[in-house]
Design a protein around this ligand. Structure first.
Ligand SMILES: Cc1ncc(COP(=O)(O)O)c(C=O)c1O
Length: 399
């Protein structure tokens, strides 16, 4: 248990990999893993590594343990019912499953709206439905403000719109989309909303009931856990949609989880909300508030430097305001290629990254392909001001 103010030493002790010298600043690509997550993987494999649902005692215990381990996930995102939580190998896979299942209930000519600022994960499954006769529309970010504007969405909606798919936070821009407000508009138009929360969930509390979203997905390897993903779906929709598992498996959530889950990784996930809860002295919401405040300081430190360099353009929100952005910060340089900048940093045990980060359309639409995409520094709450200072002093030599 940690004490009241943000205790960075306690935080870093929870991640074995942080004992090394490396400064991990590619966290939006993948975060470091909690020791308690690792412990639960070992615990599962040591005590419960059998097939579930048999009548012998170890199988019975394993089934109960796995079922119990889902309860903290339900409370993490504030889902109303336990069946509303689905687990899969990745966000990409879960969204693909969702698109295949949900589109069974639609008819040719029905419309889907996607954005140009999403990771391909929440675009490709919907784009591919065009082959089956569904119409796709694009909600594009304003290239000056980097914002998705509500008026633009309103103009795209029609009585044929079935679904709006968008990201809670762009993995490049770092800006937080007003999902609650967007959901209200989508629902007023009798459509559903599917939110990619991958770049948001490591930084802020997800509350699916407050947001009133229909589907919400994120990857746990970016939220301090293993390579898995969690999808929330409103029970009424999950009931109405047909699944993709063996035909005789039609209960929720199993009909959306074809094949066996990775039991040991699924079991380990409960350690993630438990950790944030401990960070907030037994209060998950407070834990995430502490994360938001601390990350705002980190973002502010880096943005102050980037905004002060006339050769640099921050691609996204330029303020560090925790209500407007997370600490995933991207930029380009007037004269230097993004790849060149990152390669200069690589030799110094700092992990940052360049590219399009699979937000291919955004990079193309913003005309940043010629820069080899953006340089992205993605910070989380275990990073430190010292690490950022080290990066800034390198940038001062290179940029
Ligand atoms: C915003 C965003 N969405 C989706 C994904 C895809 O996640 P997964 O690897 O779990 O499919 C990523 C991965 O980088 C991402 O950054």
């Amino acid at each position: 248990m940690k004490n009241n103010s943000f205790d960075i030493e306690w935080v870093r002790e929870q991640f074995p990999a942080l004992k090394n010298n490396m400064a991990f600043m590619d966290n939006a690509g993948g975060s470091q893993t909690l020791k308690t997550v690792m412990d639960r993987i070992t615990e599962y494999l040591t005590h419960y590594d059998v097939q579930l649902g048999a009548s012998y005692s170890t199988s019975q215990i394993a089934s109960t343990q796995l079922e119990e381990s889902k309860k903290p996930l339900q409370s993490w995102v504030n889902a109303k019912h336990p069946e509303e939580i689905m687990i899969g190998s990745s966000t990409t896979m879960l969204l693909r499953i969702l698109s295949l299942c949900i589109s069974q209930n639609w008819k040719k000519g029905d419309e889907i709206i996607i954005t140009n600022s999403d990771h391909e994960s929440n675009m490709a499954p919907w784009k591919d439905l065009q082959k089956a006769g569904f119409k796709l529309k694009r909600w594009k970010v304003n290239p000056i403000t980097y914002q998705l504007e509500l008026d633009d969405l309103e103009a795209l909606m029609s009585n044929k719109t079935k679904l709006v798919a968008l990201t809670h936070t762009s993995n490049i821009l770092g800006s937080i989309n007003p999902i609650k407000e967007i959901t209200k508009l989508v629902h007023e138009n009798k459509a559903l909303i599917c939110v990619d929360g991958v770049a948001f969930a490591p930084h802020r509390l997800v509350d699916v009931q407050d947001l009133d979203v229909d589907f919400y997905v994120f990857s746990t390897y970016k939220t301090f856990g293993p390579h898995q993903a969690i999808m929330y779906g409103k029970l009424e929709h999950l009931t109405a949609i047909s699944g993709i598992n063996h035909t005789f498996i039609d209960s929720i959530p199993y009909k959306f989880q074809p094949g066996n889950l990775n039991y040991e990784l699924s079991y380990s996930l409960a350690a993630i909300p438990d950790y944030v809860k401990r960070l907030g002295n037994n209060d998950l919401e407070k834990g995430f508030e502490e994360i938001a405040d601390y990350e705002q300081e980190l973002a502010n430190h880096l943005l102050n430097y980037l905004n002060s360099n006339p050769n640099i353009t921050v691609i996204g929100e330029t303020s560090a305001n925790k209500n407007l952005r997370v600490s995933t910060i991207s930029f380009v340089h007037k004269n230097l290629n993004s790849q060149h900048i990152v390669e200069k940093v690589d030799a110094h045990d700092i992990g940052i990254r360049f590219g399009d980060f699979y937000a291919v359309e955004l990079i193309d639409d913003l005309g940043l392909r010629q820069n080899n995409g953006v340089v992205r520094v993605s910070l989380v709450h275990y990073n430190t001001i010292d690490e950022i200072d080290k990066l800034i002093s390198l940038f001062k030599k290179v940029l």
